[in-house]
Design a protein around this ligand. Structure first.
Ligand SMILES: [Mg+2]
Length: 265
């Protein structure tokens, strides 16, 4: 299948461009090729542990040039969600990493250090220092009437040394305690992808979403009205894609990002 009218490519990062800090072979060459062809390029990750600035640096360390406006991860998307819905100023109790705290603060949210009265939102993302105490403080804030937001709910996180529990497992802990579900900002919600395409001055109908997970990347891409391509270097397999529900069946399947030029005219 060749797609002639695509002018914007949006990449999931982990499992597509790299695994941990190991670049997928051919990635730099393909990105350089797309830039030469003047395609708009964007990067969209569900990982909430970093800020956009951290991503620019991570990509640069692997030899990939990018700008902050080409990046939307679930930490930034959560901050933008609060801003766009006129919820700033607000007080937020955060279970999450430094990148999430940085993006929420930059958007004007005040970070609460406990779950006492006056907390408007509890935001849960990936937190490698997750503790029972944080669970307790988040629970207290929700009991006091705070709104419950999850940056994403990926069950796992693939790193170089194997699969780790993802933010979804921490979201589930709090959800189980409080007995209600959070608003989820990251993929499979199309919100972060739509936000990114807007920042790139693109249009969903002429955008190709490239991802490695059917139930997040491909589902979100289709919900956003984009063409979708699954790469086989990450989580989902060809068999999973071919037997998937139509809502998450990709338009194209390629072995790796190195083959992307083959599906673009
Ligand atoms: Mg991925």
């Amino acid at each position: 299948v060749i797609h002639r009218n695509i002018n914007t490519i949006v990449f999931d990062m982990d499992g597509v461009l790299y695994i941990g800090s190991r670049l997928v072979p051919g990635t730099s060459g393909v990105l350089a090729h797309l830039r030469t062809r003047r395609l708009r390029i964007g990067f969209c990750s569900n990982n909430s542990s970093k800020s956009r600035r951290d991503y620019v640096e991570k990509l640069a360390a692997m030899g990939i040039e990018s700008e902050e406006k080409e990046i939307v991860n679930s930490a930034f998307a959560t901050a933008m969600y609060l801003k766009e819905n006129n919820r700033i100023p607000c007080r937020v109790y955060v279970i999450g990493g430094k990148g999430l705290l940085a993006e929420l603060s930059a958007a004007g949210a005040e970070i609460a250090d406990s779950g006492g009265p006056g907390v408007d939102f509890v935001v849960v993302g990936f937190d490698k220092d997750f503790t029972y105490n944080k669970l307790m403080e988040g629970f207290r804030a929700l009991q006091n009437g705070a709104e419950f937001i999850a940056t994403n709910r990926d069950a796992t996180l693939p790193l170089e040394d194997g699969i780790h529990p993802g933010s979804g497992s921490m979201v589930a802990a709090l959800e189980t305690a409080i007995g209600r579900s959070p608003l989820v900002i990251g993929k499979p919600s199309p919100y972060s992808l739509l936000r990114l395409v807007e920042q790139l001055d693109g249009e969903p109908a002429t955008t190709m979403m490239v991802g490695d997970r059917l139930e997040t990347d491909i589902l979100a891409g289709k919900e956003a009205g984009m063409m979708t391509t699954l790469v086989l270097t990450g989580v989902s397999t060809r068999e999973m894609a071919e037997s998937a529900d139509a809502s998450m069946r990709p338009d194209c399947i390629i072995e790796s990002v190195a083959s992307l030029p083959d599906v673009l005219a």
